[in-house]
Design a protein around this ligand. Sequence first.
Ligand code: NAX
Length: 340
Amino acid sequence: TQTPVTVTVTGAGGQIGYALLFRIASGAMFGVHRPVRLKLLEIPTGLKSAEGAAMELQDCAFGALQSVEVTDDAAQGFDGTNLALLVGARPRGPGMERADLLTANGAIFGPQGQAINEGAADDVRVLVVGNPANTNALIASAHAPDVPAERFTAMTRLDHNRALAQLSLTLGVPAAAIDSVIIWGNHSASQVPDISHAMITAADGSRRRVTEALAEALGGSAKMEIWLAETFIPKVAKRGAEIIEVRGSSSAASAAAAAIDHVHDWFLGTGVGWTSAAVVSDGSYSVPRGLVSSFPVEGLDGSWVIRQGLEMAPAIRSRLEASVKELQEEREIVTSLGLL
Ligand code: NAX
């Protein structure tokens, strides 16, 4: 048997937690042969819900699940963990300013970063799902000086998968046949979905550019450019709001599925092409060093490698600059609040 992996899920009593825990325990993240030890970290008001989920996890009698532990103590929750999925966060309340939101989340992600620094396994990796995810990852990383910064990532895989879904619906091809879409920048309304390098693989193995298929489906390149700017990009960037409107609560199962995909590809490798994840910038594509921003990335044994040298159309470049400006403003606010 393989070495067990210890996974901590914060906000385990919430709705993403409820969709995520069972998929991790069933082996969707690391494969059915890798034993998993789950640690569910909550705040006192969420403990009962997490305890109920833990009971149901036991009742599933999953082959890969070795143990489940529930706690509201961060030191205990992150002790020996190999993978921390930081889902629990403070949502934006009515009338809350951006600085208030960042302050409230700084009070969560600072101490959690510190607890990871003190007690997690040496190989710990972190995925932040809780919003504002990119800046929460930056805060957690700043409080974990002994953990390499590139181990802290934030989730833009849901945006990536939403882009695949829209292309699939528009072109009438399976989402799994499309690769190399990119989400650039912040996981917010300023994100930049980019399909300029995306490809479709047909059943016979032949490959074709998505832009070519779109131009054909939509009646020419000019019409495609309008569709991209007026329909595709806003649809992907505002999909979260649309789900809330229709479902009556925010995306949960799709967010959990994206977290599974992110970790799966990080450890076990990306398939064809690349995927999208928010990782600490090394200055690639002129994104200032140190910001946690989404890039085209390839996963390799627990490292994300930013795909280099991709051409960027001027319109994509200027959208990315606006999204990066938002990330810089968030960093300035948390710096001035003393949260970094
Ligand atoms: P819920 O409100 O259902 O659950 C959040 C849970 O976190 C609650 O049970 C709460 O008690 C717990 N919690 C709060 N503070 C905590 C702390 N300090 N330690 C441990 N647990 C804590 O929210 P849910 O729908 O599950 O969403 C969770 C987060 O994911 C939100 O911040 C949400 O904005 C974010 N999302 C991020 C997405 C992404 O693509 N990056 C997409 C989906 C989602 O909107």
